[in-house]
Design a binder for this molecule. Structure first.
Ligand code: G4P
Ligand code: NA
Ligand code: NA
Length: 194
């Protein structure tokens, strides 16, 4: 998605450890116009699939997920990373290991928001090692719901998440695909790379 790549080139900062900082339009401050365009692009990509629900993880997945839900006209559920006062019982829970932070976290959603009738689109901000998406898939499996696909805003193709999802035969659509960081610059996957 051209508009997103331009924004990443313009405002993204490449940090040590192969991390792209995008806190002025996605991870802290949010650009609503860009999120709207991202929602429209996810709709274009997944309109042919019978999606009933979007699933993401708090916090940074919520903005793109809500815009996709707006466009596809389906509800959006975000998995929580912390147990809330009102979210205690009847949960689907999965363990997510973060290679970046070297910690395991539990994510959960209330069972009442996901059922065997649901056909689910997962949306997330980043695809790196794929652990967040795998946790969401565990939750979808526990609910006996059906996974329709995965929509990612920014994918880093050099980390193992993409391979993992491809190996499982999951349709994964990423709006920006980064193949490398070179001298502090972002190198996107080119059409000719595919
Ligand atoms: P994984 O889910 O793909 O395995 O991700 P990983 O454990 O490697 O990353 C942990 C967190 O860091 C996730 O956010 C993920 O979205 C984010 N992340 C991964 N690579 C990058 C990157 O290059 N840039 C930025 N900005 N974030 C990256 P999180 O901890 O769940 O945080 P949040 O959703 O609350 O923001
Ligand atoms: Na995230
Ligand atoms: Na994040």
């Amino acid at each position: 998605m051209r508009e997103l790549e331009d924004k990443i080139r313009q405002d993204g900062q490449v940090l040590d450890g192969n991390v792209l900082k995008v806190d002025n339009f996605l991870n802290h401050q949010i650009d609503p116009q860009l999120m709207y365009a991202i929602g429209a692009e996810f709709k274009r990509l997944f309109a042919d699939q019978p999606i009933t629900k979007i699933l993401t993880v708090e916090s940074s997945g919520i903005a793109p997920a809500v815009m996709a839900g707006l466009m596809l006209k389906v509800p959006v559920v975000f998995a929580r990373k912390h147990k809330s006062l009102t979210l205690k019982n009847d949960l689907y829970t999965a363990t997510v290991y973060s290679y970046t932070k070297k910690v395991s976290n539990e994510i959960s959603i209330s069972q009442k928001f996901l059922s065997a009738d649901d056909r689910v689109l997962i949306i997330d901000d980043f695809l790196a090692n794929g652990q967040a998406v795998e946790g969401l898939i565990d939750i979808i499996d526990a609910a006996h719901a059906q996974l329709e696909g995965v929509g990612i805003v920014i994918e880093k193709t050099f980390q193992k998440g993409r391979q993992l999802l491809d190996a499982r035969g999951i349709r994964t659509e990423s709006l920006a695909r980064i193949k490398a960081f070179e001298d502090g610059q972002v190198v996107f996957v080119a059409a000719s790379d595919d």
